[in-house]
Structures are given as C-alpha cells and as structure tokens.
Design a protein around this ligand. Structure first.
Ligand SMILES: O=C(O)c1ccc(O)c(O)c1
Ligand SMILES: [Mg+2]
Length: 613
C-alpha cells in the first residue's frame, strides 16, 4: 500500500516536515498550501527536495468554496483555480483536493454543482490536473460521501473523482459500507484520521482532535475493509489536525503516523480474513499477533535497593537471590515476579523501569514490535542464559517478551535457581500503571496496543490537585495483561533531578487483602493514608455496615463495588516515583477502582507535595 501524510499533521518548517516524513518511511506527502505559502523554498526547490528524499508529492490541498455560486463568483473561482494549477505544474503535483463549499455556496442545486465542477475539470485537464472532490462534514449543501459521489457521477469527467476522508464519514455516523460499491478508478484519493469519541460540533472536533489511526474510537479497520473491497489501489494518506501533534517533535510524530498505517494494514487484513492480501491495495501484514497470557515480571530501577526490597518483603514477597552476573535481584510471590535493578540507577531513587509479558513465541513478539518501529533494547546474554527479546517504548519503559510458562526460564539465573515455597498471599501482577507525558499520550496508546496486541478501553478523566488526569486502560480481553496509562499534567513532565517524576505503580492481586494488609502492617509497612471524609462518603454510597467500614478505615483500604462484584485495594507510600498497589477482586469486578483514584492522587499530593505553584 502506498502511504502518504499531509504536511499539516506535524510541526516545523516545510523542509523539516519533508525530512521527517521521508525518514519515517512514507512514500509521499500531501502539500498543505499554507505550508508552502510560508516557506522560503520555491516550488521548484520543494519538488527537487522531494525527489532527493524519494518522496512523491501526491496532493495539493485544499481548494475551497468553489461550487454552488453565482456566475461572477464562478469566474473568479476559475481564475483562482488556474493560478493554483500553474503552481501545481511547478511543484509537479497532478491532483488537487476540492473541498465541498462551506461558505460561499448560495444555490442548492446538484446539477449546478456538477456543471460548475465540470467547468473546473475542463480547465484542470488543460493543465494535466485531476480534481479529488471531498465532502466536508460541515459542507453547506454537500456534506456526505454519498452526495459527493452523486455529484462526481453527474460531472462525468475523467479528471474528476472522489477524495474519501474517514473523519468526515465516521464523525457523522455515516455507514461507510457504500464505499465498496464505488468504482475504484473514481476514488482519486483517501485520507485517514481517527478521533476520540466526543460530543461537540464536528468542525471543532475535526480541526483540533483528530488522531492517528488506532489512537481514537473510529472503526478504521472496517472502513478500510470497504475501501479494499472497492478494488482501490491508490494512495492512503494521513490527514490529522491535532493541536498537540502540531507542537510535538516532528520526527517522532512522523514515526507515530507511520506506525499507525503499518498497524492499520495488519488490522484490516485481520478484519477481512482470508484473501485480504490479494486485493489490489496490497495490504502489508505484520509478523503474527500473539495474545499475551500474563505478565512475565515488572522491574524497578533504584539506586537504593534496600528500600524497595523492604517494601516487597513487608508485602510477603520472597527474595529469590541475585542474578549470577548482573546487579539485579528477583523477588516473587505467587505468579508475581519483581526485579530490582541497580544498573544505570545513579540519581534514581526508584522508578518503574520496565515489564515483561508472556507470549507463545518471544522472538516473534520482537519481530512484530520491530516491524512497528519499536527500537530494540540491546541485552547481552551469555552461554546458558535465556535470550531476552525486548524494545523501548516512547516513554523509555523497557518491555520484554517472555515465553508462556508458570516459571520463566530466566528465573533460574537468580540465586541457587530453586523455586521456594510460596507464601500464598499474593497471586500475581494485576496491572502496571505508567505515566505518559501529555504530548506523548496518543502515541503511547497506539504503541502499546500495537506492539503488545492489547485493546484500548475508552479513556476516563480523574480529577487531582495537579489537574485533570487522563487515564486509559489497554488490556487483553481476558484481563491477564492490563496496562493503565495516565497522562502527566503540564508542568510535571520534565525530569529534572530536583523534580520528582510523576508516580507510576505496579499492582499485584491477592485473594485475601485483609489478611495481607494486617501482616504488612505488623511487618512495619505504612500505607498511603486515606482521609476520614472518604469513609463517610463510602458509608453513604454503599451502605456498608459499621464493622466492615471500621476495618477498611483501620487498614486504609479503598473500596468499590459495581454490578459485577467488589474491589478492595491499598497503596504503599511512594518511593522516588514508584509505589505499589495491592488489589483484591471479588466476584466479577473488572475495573480499577476509578472512583477512588482522586482520593489516591490527592493523598499522594498531600504527602509528597508533587507540585507547588
Ligand atoms: O478543516 C478543513 O478545512 C479541511 C481541509 C481539508 C481537508 O481535507 C479536510 O478534511 C478538512
Ligand atoms: Mg480531508
């Protein structure tokens, strides 16, 4: 599949954008006119640079407010178009995007729209230009792809076809199934955008909140499926208007975009099933997706291993010993394995530095991640040691694939290699919670879902003293692997040594949190203190009996309940930027105690003074 991206998606000058798109691996770009207008490069220089970079210039856009106008306006519009056709000749671009009229149209008449666009087509043909007509979702008279297709049929000119933009179609809730029936040769261009599901006016939604495929709530694999079935074999481009992307690192955003198209091709192939790769579009499939069966381990990096070790011991973890060769130790409890790593830890009090997931074939997991442009983590292993397969996520977390097993092979490299009797309290790792800088949140959602084959659940927002914390869970269907991403509010994202990193945590589950909490307290552990007001509210909301309530309060336990079951949990104190959570899920409770998150964030804020304005 030939890939392209509109220059409007990313930050920087036109030259920086072109360099970044080429480096990320796009075949071509759409020139957004504004980017050219403000550029010191002449059209010929842009063309030469594109040639040098191996980029095709696929589309010139947008040309606005053309059809449905009176005679005098039409003449002016044709003159305006001709100037752009000449410019396109200098650039060497053969396709222009025509947006349906949103402003100047005064006459609602399909025949008139068609005859005026036919006049444009004749002029375009003289300049060797093709027109791709796009229905903007807020077009004055033409605002659905079905309507724009009707106009294109009426125009009936070889130089006029459609531009299909997933945002305009899906934002309105239109059924994209009809795309499969449009003759492929009349689809001149395809633009893709995803978006979070929001209820707001469609123009503001489009101009500010578009995201790359896989980062929002649209079913783009189904959309692509219809396109594939039409027989389309042209360019598939990204057109994302997003306030954050336009102020983020240009190269990184370009890679994020490229990853989204790699991922979407694979998703579409899976959606279509057998024969998907034989269609003319030429979808590229990735090395096989594997459902992780559980966490292999979680890793804490620290220059002060004693503090972390103390916490683990208080929670009932067993010390399994030091690695034969590396300054790392292994602690385990049930299926939960935590590695304390002191390598490269200078200046790091404690942080969640990585985790592993188990898949049937670890090497295949890495191959897929590499194809998704995840940078590999170099890890030496010597004879007799298990090979390690890993990559670094955009947030610098190191992620490794292990092979599905009760006890991973690498665990034998610690201590005397034996598996001690289990204390029985903790059963496994429940979830890992990672903080994401505000400008990298969408990128991380796509990165982790695509590389680990997780599903993104709808996001939530949690109020905290530092701001509204956006949160999203990525997980396997069965919940064996759950990753929670929390956005780091503005002002906290920088990692200056003097500023604490925003806290991240590892949550483990148990079948008896009351007993575990009592033992931990007896062992000297202090939990994050929960205010009295919380328990008053709990009593009011759930009608808990006095004894249960007193027990929760005594142990600083948090509580939630829904139609499926109950959830009890507590948090340790924060060390550096890391803390631990213990959870007990009763019945079919499948959430994370979201109503309690503001209590936790406020308590940590009180305790740690994360930020002072
Ligand atoms: O928001 C706009 O005006 C606009 C312009 C060009 C496009 O291709 C589009 O989808 C939207
Ligand atoms: Mg568009």
């Amino acid at each position: 599949m030939r890939t392209s991206i509109a220059t409007v998606c990313i930050s920087g000058t036109l030259e920086q954008k072109m360099l970044a798109c080429a480096k990320a691996g796009f075949d071509g770009i759409e020139i957004f006119e504004q980017d050219l207008t403000v550029s010191p490069m002449s059209p010929e220089e842009v063309r030469a640079l594109a040639d040098r970079l191996g980029l095709t210039l696929d589309l010139f856009q947008p040309f606005r407010d053309f059809e449905g106008v009176d005679e005098a306006t039409l003449r002016a519009n044709l003159a305006r178009a001709e100037a752009k056709f000449r410019l396109m000749g200098q650039l060497g671009i053969d396709t222009m995007l025509l947006c349906s009229n949103v402003g100047t149209a005064t006459i609602d008449d399909d025949e008139l729209f068609a005859s005026q666009i036919r006049a444009l087509a004749k002029l375009a043909a003289e300049h060797g230009v093709k027109i791709a007509y796009e229905a903007l979702a807020w077009g004055k008279f033409v605002n659905t792809y079905q309507h724009s297709w009707k106009i294109v049929e009426l125009v009936d000119h070889p130089n006029v076809g459609l531009c299909l933009d997933s945002f305009h179609i899906l934002s309105r809730g239109d059924d994209p199934a009809g795309i499969a029936d449009i003759p492929a040769e009349k689809i001149f261009f395809v633009q893709l955008a995803d978006a979070p599901v929001l209820s707001m006016d469609v123009l503001s939604w489009s101009r500010h909140y578009r995201v790359f495929p896989g980062e929002g709530g649209f079913e783009l694999d189904a959309f692509m499926g219809h396109l594939v079935r039409s027989g389309y074999d042209g360019i598939v481009s990204l057109e994302i208007f997003n306030d954050v992307f336009r102020q983020s690192n240009v190269e990184r955003t370009a890679v994020d975009g490229m990853r989204s198209l790699i991922w979407l091709q694979d998703k579409t192939a899976a959606h279509l099933g057998a024969g998907a790769l034989d269609y003319p579009l030429g979808l590229a499939a990735l090395p096989g997706a594997q459902e992780p069966s559980g966490f292999d381990y979680a890793e804490i990096r620290t220059e002060d291993p004693e503090i972390v070790a103390g916490m683990l011991a208080q929670l009932g973890f067993t010390f399994r010993g030091q690695h034969r060769r590396k300054p790392v130790t292994l602690w385990s409890a049930g299926e939960a394995r935590i590695i304390i790593n002191t390598q490269r830890s200078r200046g790091i009090t404690a942080e969640v530095s990585g985790f592993g997931v188990q898949v049937p074939e670890a090497a295949l997991g890495t191959r897929r991640a590499t194809a998704l442009k995840a940078p590999a983590v170099p890890r030496h292993h010597t004879v007799g040691e298990a090979p390690l397969h890993g990559f670094t996520a955009p947030d610098a977390t190191e992620v490794f694939f292990g092979t599905t097993a009760d006890e991973p092979a690498w665990a034998a490299e610690f201590g005397d290699g034996t598996t001690p009797a289990d204390t029985g309290a903790i059963t496994g790792i429940d979830h890992v919670n990672l903080a994401q800088p505000w400008q990298a949140f969408d990128e991380s959602v796509l990165f982790y879902t695509s590389t680990l084959n997780l599903t993104a659940r709808p996001g939530t927002e949690v109020p905290s003293p530092m701001g509204l914390v956006r949160s999203q869970v990525l997980r396997t269907e069965d919940g064996a692997v759950r990753l929670a991403l929390n956005i780091v509010p503005h002002g906290l994202e920088d990692s200056r040594a003097s500023a604490p990193r925003y806290p991240e945590h590892i949550a483990v589950h148990t079948d008896d949190i009351i007993a575990l909490a009592r033992r931990a307290v007896a062992a000297g552990m202090e939990f994050l203190a929960v205010p009295n007001n919380y328990y008053e509210d709990l009593a009011a909301r759930f009608g808990l009996d006095g004894e249960t309530l007193a027990q929760l309060q005594e142990l600083n336990l948090l509580y939630d309940r829904d139609e499926h079951g109950e959830f009890l949990h507590f948090y340790t104190e924060t060390v550096g930027s890391m803390f631990l959570e213990v959870v007990e899920r009763r019945g079919g409770y499948d959430g994370y105690g979201a109503p309690n998150a503001p209590v936790r964030l406020a308590a940590q804020f009180e305790r740690n003074r994360l930020m002072t304005y």
